[in-house]
Write a protein that binds this ligand. Structure first.
Ligand SMILES: Nc1ncnc2c1ncn2[C@@H]1O[C@H](COP(=O)(O)OP(=O)(O)O)[C@@H](O)[C@H]1O
Ligand SMILES: [Mg+2]
Length: 285
């Protein structure tokens, strides 16, 4: 056991691209030597403009992509070079939640089926009754009523769908989660409830998270540390309080100036209703 759950070392990644002239593919590098350290139980915010490489880095961390160079250590194990078979036992512990829950929620399946599918795939279901109970427990965990197991994704609001996406990611009881822009596109009040839920889950389940967002105000209320990504490089990295009060890099200052932080105080979430209320709203919204 180490107090660092995840770390990267000079992590690099390039997408293959075709060179029209010679028809030979080369790599277009979009992650250019990233070093991050995520202590167990902490939340790291990953911020940058569109195209800066946030999603690519997130996919690398959960090993949906394979690094072209450098390393990724998860719980003391170097996973950067592992093949699918070697990754499989670790997959259950590492989950990614996407902005668009559509990609993780099959529109043709009832929620209960989708939520318990990963459990089935890992042989962790003991029959129908167990499946029902597990679905209900997962829904409860994210503040949705048990009856939602019988609903289809299109019968949910945006916020409810995102809760369901979170529940699915939690099914296998992972210890590390990468959340990629999961509240973008939701209204501010729904965003607050989802952030509150994440914070609650983090405390209750001891989750370690990388929270990807282009919105610094969200990072401020949820994250311990923040890494600012610019064109595939981390240009600023440190505790949230330090980065917000004394940004070192011109790019960070530019981001801070560009993103209005009007009435969003660090204590913003603390003024939000407790989870019980958010559960009701979650089911009513
Ligand atoms: N599948 C892909 N194939 C080729 N290039 C990609 C692919 N996905 C992303 N890119 C490129 O990689 C860069 C980083 O993209 P991305 O990681 O999606 O950034 P962000 O999430 O910060 O918007 C962009 O220039 C984007 O065009
Ligand atoms: Mg992205």
């Amino acid at each position: 056991m180490t107090d660092i759950l995840l770390r990267t070392a000079s992590l690099r990644f390039g997408y293959p691209q075709r060179n029209g002239l010679f028809r030979k593919s080369s790599l277009r590098e979009v992650i250019k030597g990233v070093d991050i350290v995520v202590p167990r139980g902490s939340v790291l915010g990953l911020v940058g403009e569109s195209g800066s490489g946030k999603t690519t880095l997130g996919r690398l961390l959960v090993r949906l992509l394979k690094p072209t160079a450098g390393g990724i250590q998860f719980d003391g194990v170097e996973i950067g070079g592992l093949d699918d078979a070697a990754m499989r036992p670790l997959r259950a512990r590492i989950q990614m939640i996407f902005q668009d829950p559509q990609s993780s929620l099959n529109p043709r399946l009832r929620l209960g089926t989708t939520l318990t599918r990963p459990l089935g795939a890992y042989g962790r279901l003991k029959g129908r009754r167990d499946q029902r109970e597990r679905a209900a427990a997962l829904l409860h965990l994210v503040g949705l009523p048990a009856e939602f197991a019988y609903r289809y994704p299109n019968e949910l609001s945006g916020g409810q769908r995102q809760r369901a996406g979170i529940a699915r990611a939690l099914a296998l009881e992972p210890d590390f989660i990468v959340a990629d822009e999961i509240v973008s596109g939701l209204d501010v009040s729904t965003q607050a409830h989802i952030l509150l839920l994440l914070r609650e889950l983090r405390a209750r389940l001891g989750l370690t998270m990388v929270f990807i967002s282009h919105d610094l105000s969200l990072v401020r209320v949820l994250c311990d540390d923040v890494a600012i990504l610019n064109q595939g490089e981390v240009v600023e990295y440190g505790p949230v309080a330090r980065v917000f009060s004394a940004p070192q890099h011109a790019y960070t200052r530019q981001l801070l100036a560009a993103i209005p932080l009007p009435d969003v105080e660090p204590g913003w979430l603390d003024d939000s209703p407790p989870l019980a209320t958010s559960q009701q709203q979650g089911s009513a919204a």
